[in-house]
Design a protein around this ligand. Structure first.
Ligand code: ZN
Length: 277
């Protein structure tokens, strides 16, 4: 799911954090790195946070905790404390990384804070994520063959469109489900969606959801038929309703798959439907 870039300026936050430390024990450290830190944040924004281009900062590796403490124990009403509060007060009802319904209750560091501690409070590097995704992502970024595993919700603007497709194969009483990247995506985007789905194990998590959606679908279609409603038109309303806030929500992906599957639509409109528990 595409997210709007945070309102807070990541560069201004560097200046504010350094200014707030001027009377403390870390004044000399933060003053000495301010210009370089700013340059690193600028580089991050320019490169869309890609680990292919944004390298760790070895010079500050031994002072890592000075950054991490900003994230782990922000003072109330401090510049970064307010930014973190704003990011946590997101009002989302689905996880931007996987599309599963539910309010995501952690913040992910797109470039992990253990490797890139200087981005641990950078708003452009932080976004809400569900526990299941967070538990799979951990400190992964990419590998030699595939330098970037994950979609960035602020910079990969193509995810505003539906980028994953569900294939529903017969028998339609008990179908099989397969989630794939949209085959019409350009090669680079397709590879990114593929690694994102694989590394977050999204394809191991959706099975139960789609089986439950299928059970509800059969029941709803039987009611539509009994009421004389047009099945395809009514399902299209369900699809449109679930497209907000993201075409990649699991519910939207399900209805889009049903409506684009002529054999399944024919089954739903004309064949005897099973009574499912
Ligand atoms: Zn998730």
């Amino acid at each position: 799911m595409r997210l709007p870039v945070p309102n807070s300026c990541s560069l201004q936050l560097v200046d504010d954090v350094v200014a707030e430390r001027q009377n403390g024990v870390n004044a000399a450290f933060f003053t000495s790195i301010r210009a370089d830190w700013r340059a690193k944040v600028q580089e991050y924004i320019g490169a869309g946070g890609s680990p292919q281009f944004v390298q760790p900062w070895p010079d500050v590796a031994h002072r890592k905790n000075k950054f991490l403490n900003l994230y782990l124990s922000p003072k109330k009403a401090s510049a970064h404390g307010l930014v973190l509060d704003q990011l946590r007060d997101h009002g989302l009802n689905l996880c931007p990384a996987c599309g599963e319904a539910g309010a995501p209750n952690t913040l992910d560091h797109y470039l992990p804070k253990g490797i890139y501690p200087h981005f641990c409070i950078t708003p452009h590097n932080l976004f809400p994520m569900c526990d299941a995704c967070q538990g799979k992502k951990l400190e992964k970024t990419g590998d030699a063959a595939n330098p970037r595993f994950f979609i960035h919700p602020y910079f990969d603007v193509f995810v505003a469109e539906q980028v994953i497709k569900l294939l529903i194969d017969p028998p339609f009483d008990t179908p099989t489900f397969n989630l794939i990247p949209d085959p019409e995506l350009p090669a680079e985007q397709l590879a990114l969606v593929e690694s994102h789905v694989r590394e977050l194990a999204i394809d191991q998590r959706y099975g139960h959801f789609f089986r439950e959606q299928h059970r509800r679908l059969i029941r709803l279609v039987q009611i539509m038929r009994n009421s004389g409603l047009n099945v395809a038109d009514t399902l299209e309303m369900f699809r449109v309703n679930s497209e907000d806030p993201s075409a990649n929500s699991w519910e939207h992906v399900f209805y889009a798959a049903v409506l684009s599957n002529a054999a399944m639509l024919n089954y739903l409109e004309t064949e005897p439907l099973p009574t499912l528990p």
